[in-house]
Design a protein around this ligand. Structure first.
Ligand code: FES
Length: 210
């Protein structure tokens, strides 16, 4: 079956959205309070980074996204512990942070592999074979728990379609033949497909990609 005709993945309850999104909150429960700094341990480097983000804005809540991203880097995902630590430093309730984390799909609310491979399957990439590319990456990564392989909406690099973001590095144009080396590079801790990295493409500003 061609990748274009693959069935749409669904959760066990038959929907494309995760279970629980339509379940109302239990209003009889007390909301989690802002964590007590005296009893909440926060890694010093994480605290420092979050405070650095907060210092940039008149309203410290503007630092919510970078603070959650920092905690995700430390914990691998926005785990309850990560949320608790960010809430403690920012003096916010965990519920506020969960409401943000559950809205932005680059913030993970369940455990994932530590290497992210986002294959863009939006229109420009799709017209240049992204669906087959995505299928090939998924097949090659298999059940390897180190990888978080996902299809993604336009990543803003349509000029290198079809492309992917691999742990934040944009690579493209990619072919199916690139897939084994892409995964091997990640597994070996090497720079991914250096000759296909957007950051290394020549541009008018000679120092921009130095
Ligand atoms: S459509 Fe793939 S980067 Fe824009």
């Amino acid at each position: 079956m061609s990748a274009l005709r693959r069935p749409i993945p669904r959760y066990a309850h038959g929907s494309r959205v995760p279970p629980g999104w339509d379940e109302a909150a239990d209003l009889t429960k007390e909301p989690s309070p802002v964590p007590d700094p005296a009893t909440t341990e926060v890694p010093a480097t994480l605290r420092e980074e979050i405070e650095g983000h907060m210092a940039l804005y008149p309203d410290s809540r503007s630092a919510t996204l970078p603070a959650l991203e920092a905690a995700q880097r430390v914990h691998g995902w926005c785990s309850p512990e990560a949320i608790e630590q960010v809430a403690c430093v920012m003096r916010l309730t965990p519920a506020y942070l969960v409401s943000v984390a559950s809205f932005y799909d680059m913030l993970e609310t369940s455990p994932v592999g530590k290497h992210s491979v986002y294959v863009c399957t939006n229109i420009s990439c799709s017209l240049r074979g992204a669906d087959e590319l995505y299928g090939a990456v998924r097949t090659a990564a298999g059940d390897d728990p180190e990888f978080n392989v996902r299809a993604f909406e336009c990543l803003g690099a349509c000029d290198i379609a079809p492309m992917a973001s691999v742990d934040g590095a944009y690579v493209g144009p990619l072919s199916i033949e690139d897939v084994p080396r892409l995964l091997d590079d990640v597994r070996a801790g090497r720079e991914v497909l250096p000759e296909k990295q957007l950051a290394r493409r020549p541009c008018a500003d000679a120092e921009a990609s130095a």
